[in-house]
Each structure stands twice: as structure tokens, then as C-alpha cells.
Design a protein around this ligand. Structure first.
Ligand code: MRU
Length: 365
């Protein structure tokens, strides 16, 4: 997507071919800065410290991390230790495992001197494919928005989203935002309620920044406002992204998603989840078995922001001595999900629904 008229992805190979560049998402929305990653350790740090984040982008960064590792030392031992170190960065988004498993399977059978080029091709493929998948998700989601717009006879369609499942969280388009961008681009009047998404404020910092850049009407709200807005008929649909969908249709996503799904269900508001197929974990059939990342309590007790004079600062908001808990994700049971918007179409959040779109995952026999 465009930033000041220039097309950007949140990750790309540096022009000199010697590094990977990323948009440093910890600086947004206050500063737009790019950063060079020159080693696998840099890539692992970028994921762990959330300079890059969002399930598909975590996978793409890990793929580039394998390339950086192979440039340094393309031995079997280094392939294995890069795999292990990158895998240990964040536990919930399954795209990380998907990218690392696929990358290792491609590289391991090759002779070491063929691995650098193959790792680069693999990382480029992961990125290009993610952009294509998200574009296709947008086309399918657009049909849902079109139908709601038609029902409302051209009145604004109000969509609530949580966290950032935008282009910054992927390689392009975003998942939850792709239908929104495509609807806006074809002239459907859309307005987005942006949950601020404490503690890291990915909604207030990143989704609002993206929508602002693209000219999509939006309003940032506190995380607790969604239920109230739904009770008053101010939300036509919810679309979120996800870090992992299990084979039965349960959805792990940013903490607070579950409460939005409960409120949506209570108010008859359709609750959609947008995802590319690498986000489906076919090995699990119960979302309660997904490992939920527990992050530092400091993300809860301190809030970063920009002072009126433009300097960046962070302040403590809790009393000294009050401990903080910080589960980063929750699981929305499949029964609360109206539909899963994938690159192949929209399915029910059920085993049969998912398998109807991805029959290659039917158990043999
Ligand atoms: O902790 P984050 O910022 O990586 O969490 C991101 C989310 O929860 C997104 O909704 C999810 O990864 C889907 S991104 C298309």
C-alpha cells in the first residue's frame, strides 16, 4: 500500500542485496522509519520485540531470517539452529511454524552452496503469495460488504475491527482490512470503528495510521466501547484477523477479540474473521490447546506516546507495586464466528466448512 505516494511493503530485500529492510512498527504512528536487518539474529529480534508483527508478516520475516542465516553459514547445523531460534520468537501465530517448516523442507535436501539462492527465492515466494492471498480475501470479503451496503440502500456500512490486521501485519493489503480497502476503493461508503487494542495499541497506532493514509473514514474507540455501539445499531459487521484457526474453526486473535465476538453474538451483529490458509493449524481441533503468548507486564503498566512538543515518551499508569498480567491473545469459539473469509471463499467456522474450501486436508481413507 502507499505511504506518501510510494508503494511500500512492511518487508523487502534491500536494493544492495545485502540485507532485509523493514518498517519499524514500534515507531508508528509518530515516525515512519525503516531499518536494515543484516543477520538472522536481527530478524529474530525484530519479531520478538515486535518491530514487525502480525501473523503473516511474522512468517515472512522468519523466511527472510532463514536467508540471512544461510548467507552467514549454509551448513546443516546452522539451518537447524536458525530454525530453532526463529521458532522460539513468538508462540501463537502459526504462520511462523508454517514458514519455517516449509523453508527447512526446501533447503535441507539441497547442497549448502545452493541454499542461499533457494532461501532468497523461498522468502520472495512467501511474500508474493501472501500479497496475492490477501488480495483474494479482499475480493470475497468485499461481496459481504456489498450485500450489507445494498441492504442499507447506500448508507454508510460501519465495520468494527480489533488490533491491526492491516497491510502492516501482512505483506500487502492486510486480511481484515483488504475487504475494507477494496470496498472503499470501489466507492462503497464504509466507516471503521478502530478498537485501540490495549496494551500495545495496534489499533490506535497502526490501523488508524493505515486508514488515515488511505483516506478511509474511521474512528478510534476504547476497547470497551464496541458492545455499547453494537447495542445502539452502530456496527453492521465485525471483521478481525487471526493468528491461528484450528481445524474446528476456533479463532485465536489479539486479546479482547473474544469479548467483541460475545457482544456481536448478543446483538445479532455478524462476526467475520479474515485469514490466509497458512493461518490454519490443521494439527489442532480445539482452540483451547493453542499456546497463548504471555508478554511483559510493563506493556500494561506503561503507555508510550508523543508529547505535545513532538518528543516520544512513555509514562507509568499504575501504582508502584501493582503487578500486571498480559496474555496477548484469546480464543473465540467457532460458534461465535459467522464466517471465515479465506482466499478461496467464505466458509462456516466448522470442520466441514473449512474442508469444503481446502479438501486437500481431508484425512485419507
Ligand atoms: O501481537 P500482534 O500485533 O502480532 O497481533 C496481531 C494480531 O492479533 C492480528 O490480528 C493477527 O496477527 C492477524 S494479522 C493479519
Amino acid at each position: 500500500m502507499k505511504v506518501n505516494g510510494t508503494h511500500y511493503r512492511p518487508i523487502w530485500q534491500a536494493k544492495d542485496g545485502e540485507a532485509v529492510e523493514i518498517i519499524d512498527q514500534t515507531k508508528l504512528p509518530h515516525a515512519f522509519e525503516t531499518l536494515r536487518l543484516t543477520s538472522m539474529q536481527d530478524a529474530a529480534h525484530a519479531i520478538k520485540a515486535m518491530l514487525v508483527r502480525g501473523a503473516p508478516l511474522i512468517g515472512a520475516t522468519a523466511a527472510w531470517g532463514l536467508w540471512l542465516a544461510m548467507r552467514e553459514d549454509a551448513s546443516d547445523g546452522n539451518l537447524e539452529s536458525a530454525y530453532t531460534m526463529l521458532m522460539a520468537t513468538r508462540p501463537t501465530a502459526v504462520n511462523l511454524r508454517w514458514a519455517l517448516d516449509a523453508g527447512r523442507a526446501k533447503l535441507a535436501p539441497l547442497a549448502p552452496d545452493a541454499r542461499v539462492e533457494a532461501a532468497k527465492t523461498f522468502a520472495e515466494q512467501v511474500c508474493d503469495e501472501d500479497a496475492e492471498l490477501n488480495h483474494a480475501i479482499g475480493r470475497h470479503g468485499l461481496e459481504i460488504i456489498r450485500a450489507i451496503a445494498a441492504k442499507k440502500s447506500g448508507e454508510t456500512v460501519n465495520i468494527l475491527t480489533h488490533c491491526n490486521a492491516g497491510w502492516l501485519a501482512t505483506v500487502d493489503w492486510g486480511t481484515a482490512t483488504s475487504p475494507i480497502y477494496q470496498a472503499h476503493d470501489e466507492g462503497i461508503p464504509v466507516h471503521v470503528w478502530v478498537d485501540e487494542t490495549r496494551p500495545r495499541n495496534q489499533g490506535a497506532f497502526l490501523t488508524a495510521w493505515e486508514l488515515n493514509n488511505h483516506g478511509v473514514p474511521h474512528t478510534v474507540i476504547v476497547d470497551n466501547a464496541g458492545g455499547h455501539l453494537m447495542q445502539h445499531g452502530k456496527v453492521d459487521m465485525v471483521i478481525t484477523g487471526t493468528d491461528r484457526v484450528t481445524a474446528n474453526g476456533d479463532v485465536a486473535n489479539k486479546i479482547g477479540t473474544y469479548l467483541k465476538a460475545l457482544a456481536a453474538s448478543d446483538n445479532g451483529v455478524p462476526f467475520y474473521v479474515a485469514l490466509p490458509s497458512p493461518t490454519i493449524d490443521w494439527t489442532l481441533d480445539d482452540g483451547m490447546r493453542i499456546e497463548i503468548e504471555e508478554r511483559s507486564g510493563e506493556e500494561v503498566t506503561r503507555i508510550p506516546g508523543r508529547l505535545d512538543d513532538g518528543t516520544l515518551a512513555s509514562v507509568t499508569i499504575t501504582p508502584k507495586g501493582s503487578p500486571a498480567g498480559n496474555p496477548a491473545f484469546d480464543v473465540t469459539p467457532a460458534r461465535l464466528v459467522t464466517g471465515l473469509i479465506t482466499e478461496r471463499g467464505v466458509s462456516a467456522a466448522t470442520p466441514a466448512g473449512l474442508l469444503s474450501l481446502f479438501p486437500e486436508h481431508r484425512a485419507a481413507g
